[in-house]
Structures are given as structure tokens and as C-alpha cells.
Design a binder for this molecule. Structure first.
Ligand SMILES: [Cu+2]
Length: 307
């Protein structure tokens, strides 16, 4: 689950951006319109026009078409695998095969966690697929609680898959819906770049506690998948970032390597060691480079002229 951020900003910016591709920017009419990014906390349409202006001074969002279509192909490929693995996972649940379902759980999730940087673009499906029990009044047994973590609860806490057929079917339907939605979705470049930074920050400040996979403790598999998804975005924009700031890319790559090296220590034949085996010091050692990476990535939208 990725916490949504400034969804209003994103849709306002998008709406404002679309005519941009065929028409020149109209002159800013209102004298009250913000003249600098620092006044960007005003009303949403004003923020949008300020961001469009800033972007067109450096590089118009339309110029990232090649990167965005590459990214979309990556997301589509991950979601296709998500659909397939989720079918296997839920088939094991419906057949009452506890061990098999437990083994498939992190494998299916990995395909979802790789596309988590853009999860705020499909907020409703994100909560249906990846919400935690904290989001529900009655907690884990709340009838509205669906998705991976509800099934995780059945597999590791109840150790019983009885009554989970409906949740299993719903998860299959939701990932299928996601696949169709992705096909028709425009990925705003600021959401892709900003989403990567937000996700890494969320790992450092939230996921690091083990909250995401609290019943199964398969968190390290999710972290690795998140990092894979972030790496993909870093790779897409490396040329532009290098052109803007020559120290930024080596700095980011050093941190990604530090994180991947730490994760590699916990690899097993079947995936990763469970997260409950990590001491407080182990978690802190992982948190430090993740936090530092988040700080670097937070500058990328600005470097790309998207703020
Ligand atoms: Cu998640």
C-alpha cells in the first residue's frame, strides 16, 4: 500500500497539461496568479498553471514521451505477471493448500510492489488490493477488508483458508481490472518521478517497521520489489539527470547498491529470510541508506523541471 499524495494536484496538472501538447501556453491572465513556485500553496488551478510554466521553461512534460512509454510497457508486463501469479496463489487458497499459498504470496505480491511508485494513480484498486487492517473499523475481520493482506491474515494468523473463496475471487477480479485500467492510463511524468521518491520515503518511515507484511513477515521481498521498481524509474531518467547534476546519479546509485547489498544478505533459496529475524540494529542499518535515497530522489522532479 502506498499512501496517496496530492492527487488533486496531479489531476489538476494533468487537465492543465493536456491542451499543452498541441497549443502554446496562454499568457497568465490573472494578476493574482503566483509568479514563483514558492507561492504554490495557493488554490489548485493556480498550482497547476505554475507547474506547467516551470516545466515548459526547462523541458516540457511531452518531451518525456519515450521514457513514459517505456515505463508503461514495464508496468503492463508486471501487471500481466501479477494476474498470472495471483491466479496461482488464489487457486492454492481455494484448494486449502496452506503451504503452497504461503510460498506463492510474496511471489505474487512482488509484481504489485514493483509498480507501487504509481499506485496513487489507481487509488481505489490500491486499497482493494493492498490495504492493511488499520484502514478498517473492525480490523482484520472487517467485511470490507479485501486483498492480499486479508488473505495473508488467513494464511498466517488463522492458518485456515475456509471462507476465503470470495476474497480470493475478488482479488483476481481486482488485478484483472487493474490490468485493463493500466492500458487506458496516462502516466504523468511528475507522478512517476515523484512516486518513486514518495515510495522510498514510505519504506524509510513506515514499511521499515514491518507493518506491511505483519502476519507473514515477508517484508524483505516487498522491499526488494519496491527497489526494483524504483531502479526502473531511475534508469529511465538517468541521461536527463546526469545533464542537470553530475553528482546526483552516482549518489543515487551508491545508495541503491548499499540497499541491495543489505537485502542480498538475507536472501534464501526460496526468497528472503522473514523480517522478524532482523534486529533493531539490522533494521536501522537498512533504514539509513533508504532514507538517504529518498532525500536524493525528492530532488528529481525539480531537476527535471517538473515542479
Ligand atoms: Cu504495498
Amino acid at each position: 500500500m502506498k499512501f496517496p499524495y496530492s492527487i488533486l494536484f496531479v489531476s489538476a496538472a494533468l487537465a492543465a497539461c493536456q491542451p499543452q501538447t498541441s497549443q502554446p501556453t496562454p499568457p497568465t491572465p490573472a494578476p493574482s496568479a503566483p509568479s514563483s513556485a514558492s507561492s504554490a500553496s495557493a488554490a489548485a488551478p493556480a498550482i497547476a498553471s505554475a507547474s506547467v510554466q516551470a516545466a515548459s521553461e526547462t523541458k516540457p512534460a511531452a518531451a518525456f514521451g519515450a521514457e513514459l512509454s517505456q515505463y508503461k510497457a514495464y508496468v503492463q508486463d508486471e501487471v500481466a505477471q501479477l494476474v498470472q501469479k495471483t491466479q496461482q496463489f488464489t487457486a492454492a487458497i481455494k484448494a486449502g493448500k496452506l503451504n503452497e499459498a504461503q510460498a506463492l504470496y510474496p511471489q505474487a505480491r512482488a509484481h504489485y510492489e514493483r509498480i507501487e511508485p504509481i499506485a496513487e494513480l489507481f487509488e481505489d484498486l490500491d486499497s482493494a488490493i493492498d490495504a492493511r487492517e488499520d484502514d478498517f473499523k473492525a480490523g482484520a475481520k472487517d467485511p470490507a477488508f479485501t486483498g492480499f493482506h486479508r488473505l495473508e491474515y488467513a494464511l498466517w494468523v488463522d492458518k485456515n483458508t475456509q471462507g476465503m473463496e470470495t476474497i480470493a475471487d475478488r482479488l483476481n477480479a481486482d488485478v484483472e481490472k487493474l490490468k485493463n485500467e493500466i492500458n487506458n492510463l496516462d502516466f504523468p511524468v511528475s507522478s512517476v518521478v515523484g512516486g518513486a521518491a514518495e515510495l522510498v520515503e514510505e519504506i524509510a518511515s513506515g514499511k521499515i517497521s514491518g507493518e506491511e507484511d505483519r502476519y507473514s513477515h515477508t517484508d524483505l521481498s516487498d522491499f526488494q520489489a519496491n527497489m526494483d521498481g524504483v531502479q526502473k524509474i531511475v534508469d529511465l531518467f538517468r541521461v536527463q539527470i546526469e545533464a542537470q547534476d553530475e553528482k546526483m546519479l552516482p549518489s543515487v546509485e551508491t545508495k541503491i547498491k548499499q540497499i541491495n547489498d543489505i537485502l542480498a544478505k538475507y536472501k534464501t533459496d526460496s526468497g528472503f529470510q522473514t523480517y522478524d529475524k532482523l534486529s533493531e540494529a539490522d533494521r536501522k542499518a537498512l533504514q539509513a541508506p533508504v532514507h538517504a535515497l529518498a532525500e536524493d530522489l525528492a530532488k528529481w522532479r525539480g531537476l527535471l523541471g517538473l515542479d
